[in-house]
Design a protein around this ligand. Structure first.
Ligand code: NAD
Length: 369
């Protein structure tokens, strides 16, 4: 059956099909050199965060003569100084390709290089951030993160190797998976959703909802890891097509203002942002609930977060309570598309629920109020 959100998106749409070569499967990491050669590169700079440096070394050994250098200092949210250091490293070795190995942080720094040098990116993701599928980049300067879209930063090739994700700790897997689900949730009610982005989003939520409980319980379960990466791929693909709304904008503002961890923040806010939009986006809610096999979308997301041990409250991830008013002001400062008009009082109530980690009310109960 065609999900209602897909029918919704079919009314009128413009769809640009992004193209990325995806090489998927356990052991595909061994094909890195072939894939770098395939994009015509001869001097690859391998980019990782300090935590993934051993994997970066391994990639370097696999690349052999194609390795020009390593940059293993990538940082979350791409501080401008970090972007400059990575660009200098690329210039020093005259890199003609960036190989990003790791989560969204490593991929983000490779994107900062590509933005300046216009070189291809080969990405080897090890989290579920989905950044590898998008033309979206971010740069942080003076505590403010700016993001933009530019086709030059979208990786041309992505190697998904589930074996590289077995070391992802349960809590990081859970939060990162909720981050991926957030892309899919917002893609479903985006004003520029297309039938394809909605299909990708619905399938992504289903794949992640069934695989995340498996991988947090048994991190080395390769079938579960493959299913989770499949969901992350689709969620990132939906993010590449559809615009994001309140949830992403709010997380963006909170992360910048209070230096909160990215995936954990998405995990906490998602059920509440979904509840906020429940009445205004009923078809998307039905699709999300169907994909989760639950009666209510927001409650289903909250219960999934509980089941996979993801953080539930802003309090536990370091948000100061006296920052909530300021955060609500930030959220309404720049107007943007959202199914429900954004008002400071509504966002402040959302933040209160998120701060204390309350289970959101069901949409039916909200309607009855
Ligand atoms: P991350 O890349 O910082 O990784 C999170 C943590 O997990 C790090 O400590 C890392 O070392 C560790 N880790 C990664 N892979 C591991 C593995 N296989 N085993 C063990 N540990 C591992 O975090 P993230 O959530 O993947 O990415 C966050 C960044 O990505 C943010 O800056 C965010 O803005 C950006 N992002 C961008 C997009 C986009 O489309 N541009 C989409 C999503 C996220």
């Amino acid at each position: 059956m065609v999900p209602g959100s897909v029918r919704d998106a079919m009314r009128s749409f413009v769809h640009t099909q992004p193209s990325t070569r995806v090489v998927f499967g356990t052991g595909t990491f061994d094909r890195l050199a072939d894939e770098v050669r395939r994009v015509g590169a001869r001097r690859a700079l391998v980019v990782s965060t300090p935590g993934r440096h051993q994997l970066a070394d391994e990639a370097g050994r696999g690349l052999g003569v194609l390795l020009a250098g390593l940059f293993t200092e990538a940082m979350m949210h791409v501080p401008i100084e970090n972007a400059r250091a990575a660009r200098e490293a690329a210039a020093r070795v005259d890199a003609d390709c960036a190989v990003a190995i790791g989560g969204g942080s490593a991929i983000g720094v490779a994107k900062a290089i590509a933005l300046e040098r216009t070189l291809p990116i080969v990405a080897v993701p090890t989290t579920y951030s989905g950044s590898e599928m998008t033309p979206i980049y971010g740069l942080t300067e003076g505590g403010v993160k700016r993001s933009g879209r530019d086709v030059r930063v979208r990786p041309g090739t992505v190697l998904y190797d589930p074996a590289l994700t077995v070391s992802l700790p349960p809590r990081v897997s859970g939060s990162s998976g909720m981050n991926a689900i957030a892309h899919a949730v917002e893609a479903l009610y985006a004003a520029d959703a297309t039938p394809i982005s909605s299909l990708l989003a619905a399938e992504a939520i289903g794949a992640l909802a069934r695989s995340l409980p498996v991988v947090v319980k048994a991190p080395a379960n390769l079938d579960g890891r493959a299913d989770a990466l499949y969901g992350a791929w689709l969620a990132g693909s939906a993010l590449a097509i559809a615009s994001m709304s309140l949830h992403h904008k709010l997380c963006h503002a909170l992360a910048g203002a209070f230096n909160l961890p990215h995936a954990e923040l998405h995990a906490v806010v998602l059920p509440h942002a979904t509840a906020f939009n429940a009445e205004a986006a009923p078809e998307a809610m039905r699709t999300i609930a169907e994909a989760l096999h639950v009666p209510d979308a927001a409650q289903g997301l909250y219960d999934l977060a509980v089941a996979i041990g993801a953080p539930l409250s802003l309090e536990e991830i370091g948000m100061p309570e006296d920052g909530l008013d300021f955060a609500a002001q930030l959220a309404v400062r720049n107007p943007y598309d959202d199914p429900r008009p954004i008002d400071q009082g509504g966002v402040r109530a959302l933040l209160d629920d998120a701060y204390y980690g309350r289970r959101p009310a069901a949409a039916a109960a909200l309607r009855a109020r």
